[in-house]
Design a binder for this molecule. Structure first.
Ligand code: 7TS
Length: 422
């Protein structure tokens, strides 16, 4: 069971230091490397983020000093592991501003968080003819779990359209909400376009009809302050690895009342209070949803990452990245032959683009030779590619450790690509 011990919110305790990107880069050992003899320019942060030394140290410390299984040992080592694991849950509670720590469920990542809701809340509450509303800019993880539910239950998936900038058409979206709508699930930020959706407005619209809302926060959480109470969302799913923490762990926030009413997701150890062959009594939340030995090290490492972010301050990160995005949009957008895909007025640091006459994969391969890491492809958002009539894009996605010099390197790299294919 989760401990009831309170820890101090590090964000409130520690004064945000002035944002100095050179200093920040020193915290990320991987960034000191060269690739093909050139300094690594890592611009694939939407796929996964790099890890500060604090996270790497926390993992090493756990494995060298107090590795043990949690929630079951009477011995000190296990108590230490349990405490650190539960402390990380409290850090997540503060990070998302959840009202209670039991509203934070550890999962493998954002994908599992969404599947958990579809398979528990969805299977319990949705039936034939019911509708689930998403948007046209969702990642496959916020499409396929709902399609699977639709297939099983005979529900219908409805999709809010977007305009040529990659912005959700709110009037159209509102029209799609009707008496059969039973669930709304939307990305806070699009991974392929960078669009920030008006999730608060979406939640208000849905709640006016008593429809619960899940927000996919995989791409918003690394770039802005998230407050689930201010949003009033019912569920919010995030991944550690996109948030400067280890892979293989994520969190699902859910309102306690909803989580309590939902059946368990998986059965096994730790999610029960008692088991006989006749009857099993399930544990309380959050443990009810955490069957089996979890990613203990991952959660503890993530906690160290959240402390690190709190020391910098999410507001400082957001404003630095906003300035960098403005710079990058101008630097890349003005290159002849570049077509930016995703020009929403509210955006985070994603630059998706086509380079005229050159396949995105070729662009990525040549950039790699220059030490520049970008993603090319459909970014697990094929319907977005279809909407813009392109098979794939080149995507440069920013984090707070990226610099103007790196954007200049990308611009020079693109000129180089053009020269090679001229
Ligand atoms: N939702 C969004 C908006 C995402 O961008 C991603 C991953 C996921 C969900 C799934 O997260 P996971 O941690 O469970 O895999 N997006 C990407 C991407 O853009 N490139 O690689 C993964």
């Amino acid at each position: 069971m989760a401990t009831t011990r309170e820890i101090v919110n590090p964000a409130a305790e520690i004064q945000a230091r002035t944002f100095d990107v050179r200093k920040i880069r020193e915290d990320f050992p991987i960034l000191r490397q060269k690739m093909h003899g050139k300094p690594l320019v890592y611009l694939d942060n939407a796929a996964t983020s790099q890890k500060p030394q604090a996270v790497i140290d926390a993992l090493t410390h756990y494995y060298t000093q107090y590795n043990a299984n949690i929630h079951r040992g009477v011995y000190l080592l296990s108590e230490r592991a349990t405490q650190a694991y539960e402390d990380a849950r409290i850090k997540l509670q503060h990070f998302l501003n959840a009202a209670e720590q039991r509203e934070i469920i550890y999962v493998r990542g954002c994908t599992e968080g969404i599947n958990l809701v579809a398979q528990t809340y969805g299977r319990k509450h949705l039936g034939a003819g019911d509708e689930i509303l998403i948007t046209a800019m969702e990642h496959h993880s916020n499409i396929v779990p709902w399609q699977m539910l639709c297939e099983e239950k005979g529900c219908r998936l409805r999709v809010g359209p977007i305009n040529d900038r990659g912005e959700l058409l709110m009037d159209e979206f509102e029209k799609l909400i009707n008496d059969r709508t039973r669930f709304v699930s939307v990305a806070h930020v699009s991974n392929a376009l960078g669009t920030i959706n008006p999730v608060k407005q979406i939640i208000e619209l849905a709640h006016a009809r008593n429809i619960p809302v899940l927000v996919d926060g995989a791409q918003a959480s690394p770039h802005m302050k998230v407050d689930v109470q201010a949003l009033d969302c019912d569920f919010y799913a995030i991944s550690s690895h996109k948030l400067f923490g280890p892979t293989g762990v994520g969190a699902l926030y859910g309102k306690a009342k909803l989580l309590e009413s939902m059946p368990p997701y998986q059965g096994g150890g730790d999610m029960i209070l008692s088991v006989t062959f006749e009857k099993t009594i399930y544990n309380h939340i959050p443990n009810k949803f955490e069957a089996g030995t979890p990613n203990i090290a991952g959660a503890i490492g993530w906690g160290a990452g959240l402390d690190y972010l709190a020391r910098i301050g999410m507001e400082n990160i957001a404003s630095y990245e906003h300035a960098l995005l403005t710079y990058a949009t101008e630097a890349i957008g003005q290159i002849p032959g570049v077509r930016l895909i995703g020009t929403a007025r509210e955006k985070t640091g994603v630059l998706s683009f086509m380079l005229e006459g050159i396949h995105p994969h070729d662009v990525g391969t040549v950039l790699d030779q220059e030490g520049i890491a970008v993603r090319t492809g459909h970014h697990c958002a094929q319907p977005v590619m279809d909407r813009f009539g392109v098979p794939a894009t080149v995507r440069a996605s920013l984090a707070f450790y990226n610099t103007k010099q790196e954007i200049n390197a990308l611009a020079a790299g693109l000129e180089h690509v053009k020269a090679m294919f001229a």
